[in-house]
Each structure stands twice: as structure tokens, then as C-alpha cells.
Design a protein around this ligand. Sequence first.
Ligand code: ATP
Length: 301
Amino acid sequence: MIACIDIQGLHLGLRATRRRPARLLLRGIDLCIAPGEVHALVGESGAGKSMVGRTVLGIAPAGTEVLAGSVHFQGEDWLAKTEAQRRVRLGRDIALIPQDPLTALNPGHTIGAQVGDVLRLHLGHDAAQARARTLELLDAVQIRSPALVVRQYPHELSGGMRQRVLIAMAFACKPKLIIADEPTTALDVTVQREVLRLLRDLLRDLQRDEGAAVLFITHNLGLVARLCNAVSVIHSGRIVEQGDVRGIIERPRTAYTRALFAATPRYDRPANALRPIEDDVTDALWSEARAYDDNWWAAHG
Ligand SMILES: Nc1ncnc2c1ncn2[C@@H]1O[C@H](COP(=O)(O)OP(=O)(O)OP(=O)(O)O)[C@@H](O)[C@H]1O
């Protein structure tokens, strides 16, 4: 079976300039996601989770560069494509559910225009088809008055409503890969729960009907246990542990994964039992990363 997305040896970095030294942000990421799989990418802030997602989407920050490695999407060499070739597939074959729903929507366009644009651009809908389908999509993400919401601007909606609109846009074209980048972090806790329930149901249907795969970027291990089949634990731009969710949650092999799990709040465990990640665990990983960098730049500098 061809993987939905197959990332091998991915190195992302910043080359040296007069003002700053060279730096690696991703250090040899291997990550393969089969059709139908929901794969979690977990790790602390700054570990490199978003960089993996952004590199796959072809929207890594300005100045960064893929220095080595490959990304294949459904067997196609994704990094060999031009930006224009990738752009026509983004939103249609690969969709993003971003972290911050406010900045992801265009403040100057109505919700109807923004959802409609996706349908016109990627599916060739005419105006009437796009209008009708937009109402259906908003209804599917449990927005109560779709006919009113299509005429509203993003600032007129709550954070939860905006995220539902983005979820509707992500699912609009029945993509083969969804990258969900901490999709509920910006929402308050009760809204988070509702949006997650919605997301879980929509993902289950899309997996079943289209064999879609999901890269679920999160630092919430509760979500990993509930939504995902496989997990990669990332630190300092490297995957430190990878496998099926149950195996890793029940028997984490590395000290870092054990520490990360112990530092994660759980409803069934009192807050005072939480243990911060000990410095010596992360210090060891950072010194491995520095040694890796020295070797890398010596060989590739
Ligand atoms: N625009 C940028 N230019 C250069 N380096 C960046 C940029 N944004 C982030 N980085 C660096 O890339 C590394 C990985 O960041 P990334 O955003 O992928 O972490 P993350 O695991 O997604 O964290 P978070 O959970 O906080 O979103 C960090 O060292 C960060 O400082």
C-alpha cells in the first residue's frame, strides 16, 4: 500500500548569514502515515511539530530551507513540485486546520465568500452550487444559522464558530490528508470539548469514506489516546520515539516520553502528582542535538 505521506530524513534549517550562525530546526525526521491512519505528533513547545506540518504544506517560514530528505505524498515527490503545483493541491488534497482561527480567516471577506472560494477554486462550483454547498458544510459543522453566518465577517463570530468554519473549509474537498495543528488550543475548555467531538466524528467519516489520513499536531496526550492510532514523540527537531498509541502510552521506551507523559495533566490523576520534565532528561537530548549539528555542518556545511 502506498503511504499517504512519507517523510524520510527531513532536515530543515537556516543557513548562516552575517548576523546569525547556521541552525538546524528539523534533524532527520522519518514519518510515514498510511491511508486511514491518525498520526499524532507530540512534544513540548519549540520541539519542531509545526515545522514538520509547515514543511509538508510548503509553507515553512521565510529563510528556512529543506537541506536534505524527501516528502512523498501518495507516492509523488512533493518537494520536487513547484509552489504553483503545490498550491492547486493544497485545500483540495491536503488541508490544514490551523491553531488560530482568527488569523487564518480573511477579515475583509464574509464567511460565505471564503468557504465559497474553496469550492469554486478546487471543485469548479459555480456561484449557485457554491452557495448551496456552503450552507450544507456549515450545517455539517453544527453552525446553527448557516444562512445568517454566510453573510457575517470573521470578527462577528466567536472563536469556536470560527474554528468550525475552518473545519468546514478543511473538509470541503474531502482531502486525502488533513494536518490539524493544535486545532483547539486557542479555544476555551468547554468549546474545546465540543469542537473535538465534532472533529472526531468528521474525521471518522472521512477516514471511512475516503481513506483519509491525519497528522494531528498536539501537546495534549489525552487527545492522542482518544483520537489517534499512531504517535511520534518529537524533541529538538528529532523523533525520539514512534509507534502505535497504546504501546507507547502503556510502555514508553525513552526517558523523555516517560517524562512528557508524567508532566501531562490527566483528569484521573490529581494535579499535585504532575512532575515537571527534569532538566537532565532534556539536557541530554539537547547535547545529542548539538553533537548531531556539529557532524551535520562538518559534512554538509
Ligand atoms: N519563523 C521562524 N523562523 C525561524 N525559526 C523558527 C520560526 N518559527 C519557529 N522557529 C524555530 O523552530 C523551532 C521549532 O518550532 P515549532 O514552531 O515547530 O515548535 P512547536 O513544537 O510547533 O512548538 P509549539 O507547540 O509552541 O507550537 C523552534 O526552535 C523555533 O524557535
